[in-house]
Design a protein around this ligand. Structure first.
Ligand code: GTP
Ligand code: MG
Length: 197
């Protein structure tokens, strides 16, 4: 897919405040600092569209972008950010969960996981929650430039094994690096294929 236009629309603190659900929507989610905003920028070939930071917890609102005037891309706040209070974490969780469950035009969630880590409980629980609630999702490994190719493969295999303990079929899997601008095209291809724009 060729990106002709990519515009920021708005940030929302409640799912009810999100832009009108008039176009298909794809959302990026994952732990704080996993690289959601960076991958969005790399994929769209925009340096600074989604705000990134070395400090986890940068994205605290639901950010909507409109791409090619045809579909929404959403940058969600990260879950599991340890350095905020418990009640704030609960609020984030509620915001994210309500958004996912109520957003009628949501076609797919891209769940980002850092390829350097072994499967983390918080991600596996989130993936499980998606399954229980019938939320369509794909898994996106991030920051693959930080490991040697063999280590990337080994970690991805380990992740698949973990998923197969609870899932009969594996979801779509993407292997990406925002730094090297890799993997974004495959995600865009999936988006184009799941929608007739
Ligand atoms: P929150 O908004 O806080 O939830 O974080 P986020 O998931 O949006 O992460 P963000 O894109 O802000 O990136 C976090 C940090 O990881 C930044 O310092 C990025 O430069 C770095 N980063 C993101 N993607 C990559 C990547 O593919 N490779 C490398 N080496 N670093 C990356
Ligand atoms: Mg972010």
């Amino acid at each position: 897919m060729i990106i002709k236009t990519a515009e920021f629309i708005k940030s929302s603190g409640r799912w009810q405040d999100c832009p009108e659900a008039v176009m298909p929507e794809y959302a990026f989610i994952g732990r704080s600092n996993v690289g959601k905003s960076s991958l969005i920028n790399a994929m769209l070939n925009h340096k600074d569209l989604a705000k990134t930071s070395q400090t986890p917890g940068k994205t605290q609102l639901i950010n909507h972008f409109i791409i090619n005037e045809a579909w929404y891309l959403t940058d969600l706040p990260g879950y599991g950010y340890a350095r905020v209070s418990k009640s704030m974490r609960k609020d984030f969780e509620k915001l994210i969960n309500n958004y996912i469950l109520n957003r009628k035009n949501l076609v797919n969630l891209f769940v980002l996981v850092d390829v350097r880590h072994t499967p983390q409980k918080i991600d596996l629980e989130f993936i499980e929650w998606c399954g229980e609630n019938g939320v369509p999702f794909s898994i996106v490994f991030t920051k693959v430039d930080k490991l040697k190719p063999n280590a990337v493969l080994a970690n991805v295999e380990e992740y698949k094994k973990e998923l197969l303990k609870t899932w009969e079929d594996l979801p779509e899997i993407y292997i990406t690096s925002a730094e090297k601008k890799e993997g974004g095209d495959a995600i865009l291809k999936f988006i184009a294929e799941t929608n007739a724009f």
